[in-house]
Design a binder for this molecule. Structure first.
Ligand SMILES: Cc1ncc(COP(=O)(O)O)c(C=O)c1O
Length: 436
């Protein structure tokens, strides 16, 4: 093992052995390399005569650039866009995102969380977490309605075993019993459980209520209390898009952080969906654990391992993207801009509910609970989901996603409010075409 990895492990182990145990073999071996990066950073501070350290090019003391490139980037300097960003992400963005996490999750007040490490959006963040915390054969529990890419990230790439529980109890709220049974069954076989929460959920658009969140955390604490280690991941991709008061308005990460030495929470979030910048690829990994008095030292060690994983995969995230996201976060109009888009999305969600309240749809489908996010799902009663999807596409030019035999996912985030009535009426027409 590299000496630097050993040094980091020596900081984590005494603060919380359970968290150290939860690291994968890769995670235990990870470190942030010295070499070119740290030598370059030292030179940046001290090399006042010539700084010939790093693989970039300069001209008259400034970052070299082609005018045809910079002419397309207004309001940002070459140093903020074309130069490499650190593997950790740029510090002002990490700090601004942490501030925004604390602001959006008031119950984190008084708790210690790490400084976020920047990733190439959530998918890469999940992959980094998977490398660092998931060993082949580890069990990861997920609801049966889930984002399909988890299979690639955890099972295909890392050899984890995905175990699912039904998301809903009788088509209503979160299936607490099913969740608890699933965890207890796996806890009987394993000392380490990985639990992934994704609220607002893709594909259903469901976020748990306050009461459900409390109960979920209670279940986790009970299992931790019995001597099992729980790594709890929150995929908060659609965070903030809550349309009903009943939906938990914070990340469940807040409720798990600092609660038990055997419960370690990792928050994955990003600008992608929250700030409508899908192609910029800016996401974050943030840690929330129980470390007695040693939080800062342990978080720093974990951040270094995480940045090492970024360095070894994509090296660093687009500086241009990070600068754009940062400037937007700090813009005086940012909050108003966010509210305006939330209003549009809320109105669409409310319109979907209004339209679907009509009895005429009752025979064709049931509506899965939804209160947040980009999507909602129908459970088809009469026709096969894939057959209907293809029919709607070919006959009516409507594109939806079929999931399994019965479920149809509708991204109302992509449909104007005025068009939602027509959309659902045409889906009903499609069902009737097929069901004679
Ligand atoms: C639940 C969930 N997590 C993560 C992602 C990926 O996000 P990103 O584009 O930031 O990688 C998606 C995208 O569809 C998603 O639905």
């Amino acid at each position: 093992m590299n000496l630097l990895a050993e040094e980091l492990n020596d900081l984590i182990q005494p603060a919380n052995l359970h968290v150290f145990d939860m690291l994968s073999e890769v995670g235990k071996n990870l470190f942030f390399p010295k070499g070119i990066l740290t030598q370059g950073a030292e030179a940046k501070e001290k090399a006042h005569r010539f700084n010939a350290t790093i693989g970039m090019a300069t001209e008259k003391g400034r970052t070299m650039y082609l005018p045809s490139v910079m002419s397309m980037i207004r309001g940002l300097e070459p140093e903020e866009t074309l130069a490499y960003a650190p593997s950790y992400g740029i510090m002002p963005l990490r700090k601004a995102w942490k501030d925004s996490i604390l602001e959006k999750n008031p119950s984190l007040s008084g708790k210690k969380i790490s400084l976020p490490v920047v990733t190439n959006a959530l998918t890469h963040g999940l992959s980094v977490v998977s490398d660092m915390w998931v060993n082949p054969g580890d069990v990861i529990t997920l609801p049966d309605k889930l984002w399909g890419n988890y299979n690639m990230v955890f099972a295909v790439r890392r050899g984890a075993r995905i175990v699912t529980y039904g998301l809903f109890e009788n088509g209503r709220g979160f299936n607490l019993k099913g969740f608890e049974n699933c965890l207890k069954t796996e806890a009987a076989k394993k000392d380490k459980l990985i639990v992934l929460f994704n609220f607002p959920n893709n594909p259903t658009g469901y976020t748990v209520t306050n009461g459900e969140a409390d109960r979920i955390v209670e279940i986790l604490l009970n299992i931790a209390e019995k001597g099992k280690n729980i790594l709890a991941l929150t995929d908060d991709a659609y965070f903030g898009l809550f349309y009903e008061k009943e939906a938990l308005q914070e990340s469940i990460f807040s409720r798990m952080t600092g609660r038990h030495p055997r419960l370690f929470a990792i928050k994955l979030d990003g600008a992608t969906k929250e700030n409508y910048v899908w192609g910029l690829r800016v996401g974050f990994i943030t840690y929330g654990g129980y470390f007695g008095g040693n939080h800062d030292q342990v978080y720093n060690a974990l951040e270094r391992k995480t940045a090492g994983a970024v360095r070894g995969s994509i090296s660093n995230v687009s500086h241009l993207s990070q600068s754009i996201v940062l400037k937007s976060l700090l813009a005086p109009t940012y909050k108003d801009e966010k509210e305006e888009k939330l209003r549009i999305m809320t109105e669409r969600a409310q319109e979907v509910k209004r339209v679907l309240a009509n009895d005429k749809y009752r025979e064709a489908w049931e509506v899965y609970p939804f209160n947040s996010g980009y999507f909602m799902c129908l459970k088809l009663n009469k026709v096969d989901a894939e057959t209907l999807r293809v029919h709607l596409l070919d006959r009516y030019g409507i594109g939806l996603i079929s999931l399994g035999k019965h479920d149809l996912r509708i991204a109302f985030s992509c449909v104007e409010k005025e068009d939602l009535q027509e959309l659902f009426d045409t889906i009903l027409k499609g069902v009737k075409d097929l069901d004679h």
